[in-house]
Design a protein around this ligand. Structure first.
Ligand code: DOR
Length: 428
């Protein structure tokens, strides 16, 4: 099958391409890419020619932090629904967190996920294995066998690894197996029972707060352990100014660390919790304007390498409980790109830098040949129409998770075509 994408504005930071051109796809691979100065060598008889005039042509996005909930919590999401939502959001690769049931802490669960994703997944699914058995923080999981089975990183996400020795060992393993350890930084002794950011608003609302320090103390610990071991540390969902400063400083000192934030941490503050909207309950919690400013600066100066979704779908009945009882999480795959494009509109990032954070950098951190339009790589491609606005309507979400605080927002920039796993998806 031959596909030609013609006259689109191609952005591929991996090759320094930012200009109008054509792409030839053959048998699911990028066969050739040309800019306005050259023409495709094959004038060829394509089975499909896509006119991309006025559209951006981008490498498929990579989400290195997705909760697919499968196995065990299929009522929240399945591999099938989660990957369909991903593809609609412009993602062609998602890395799924291990807090499923059973936990992905051994090679059989990893194998189950990979097999199911091969059969039902609309995009590529790369599993992240648990650091500790059952994510209980007591005993290291079978990191080596899971790595051999296909896990591309390890994390106890959803929970921190409270035991520092356990984290030290995990970071030592990360060198042996050449994988990042993704840390959910939260000191449970400080955050326990907290449900939102600690401050004046939590007091006003009568809700128990989580101080920024609950995150920052663990960021500091893990940076220290990475320095001690030389292990590959990736800090998940950075939400505070203090964390940004700690990571910036550590990078200057040569610590082996990368970091991600999520669209909700630079788009809305704790004010979204007012009215006890459980859709704004997320862990770590939404913070303040000051934190947003610091996160944007961190994105701009490269302290924060990646924008990930932390897509955390929950059932509506769970989210309808009172604030204290409701689970944390935001369904993020279908709004992440639209929210992140606001950074381009606001002059925080260039389009090329955004694609670095949402495709190239995740690929580099994970050591995979993706997030690029280089010849002979998989034809994972997104065509983005910046003139298309859309209103966030949960009834139109393909994800089972309707839990978003962005309901009713008007976002600019919509994928109109996603090419994933050799299929062409067209979005209205
Ligand atoms: O809000 C969150 N939801 N944060 C996490 O770390 C876990 C996630 C989930 O699994 O629901």
């Amino acid at each position: 099958m031959k596909i030609i994408i013609k006259n689109g504005h191609i952005i591929d930071p991996s090759q320094g391409i930012d200009g109008v051109g054509d792409i030839l796809i053959e048998d699911g691979k990028i066969k050739e890419i040309s800019t306005q100065h050259s023409a495709l060598s094959t004038s060829s008889s394509a089975h499909r020619t896509i006119d991309a005039i006025g559209l951006y042509v981008l490498p498929g996005l990579i989400d290195m932090h997705t909760h697919l909930r499968d196995p065990g919590f299929e009522y929240k999401e399945t591999i099938k629904t989660g990957t369909k939502a991903a593809v609609k959001g412009g993602f062609t690769t998602v890395c799924c967190m291990p807090n499923t049931y059973p936990v992905n802490d051994n090679a059989s669960v990893t194998e189950f996920i990979i097999r199911k994703a091969a059969q039902e997944g609309h995009c590529t699914v790369l599993p992240i294995g648990a650091i500790t058995k059952g994510q209980k923080g007591e005993e290291l999981a079978e990191i080596g066998t899971m790595r051999n089975e296909g896990c591309i990183a390890f994390s106890d996400d959803g929970r921190p690894v409270m035991n520092s020795l356990m984290m030290r060992r995990a970071l030592e393993y990360s060198k042996a197996f050449n994988v990042p350890i993704i840390s959910h930084c939260e000191d449970l002794t400080l955050s326990e029972d907290g449900v939102m950011n600690e401050g004046l608003l939590s007091v006003t609302l009568g809700l128990k707060g989580i101080p920024s320090e609950a995150e920052e103390i663990m960021v500091y610990r893990d940076l220290s352990l990475s320095k001690l071991t030389g292990g590959r540390l990736h800090i998940a969902h950075v939400s505070t100014e203090g964390s940004v400063k700690l990571i910036r400083d550590a990078k200057k000192r040569g610590v082996n660390v990368t970091a991600e934030t999520c669209p909700h941490y630079f788009s809305i503050t704790e004010d979204a919790v007012t009215g006890y909207d459980t859709n704004a309950k997320v862990n770590p919690p939404l913070r303040t304007e000051r934190d947003i400013k610091a996160i944007k600066e961190g994105l701009q100066d490269g302290t924060i390498d990646v924008i990930a979704t932390d897509h955390a779908p929950h059932h509506m009945d769970e989210k309808l409980q009172e604030f204290d009882k409701s689970p944390s999480g935001i369904s993020g795959l279908e709004t992440a790109l639209g929210l992140s494009l606001r950074l381009v509109e606001g002059g925080i990032l260039t389009m090329g830098q955004l694609i670095e954070k949402m495709a190239l950098n995740p690929a580099r951190i994970l050591g995979i040949k993706r997030g690029t339009l280089q010849t002979d790589t998989n034809a994972d491609v997104v065509l983005l129409d910046m003139n298309r606005e859309f209103t966030v309507e949960v009834d139109r979400f393909l994800s089972k998770g309707k839990n978003t605080p962005f309901r009713g927002w008007i976002l600019k920039g919509m994928p109109v075509i996603t090419i994933s796993k050799g299929r062409i998806y067209e979005w209205q």
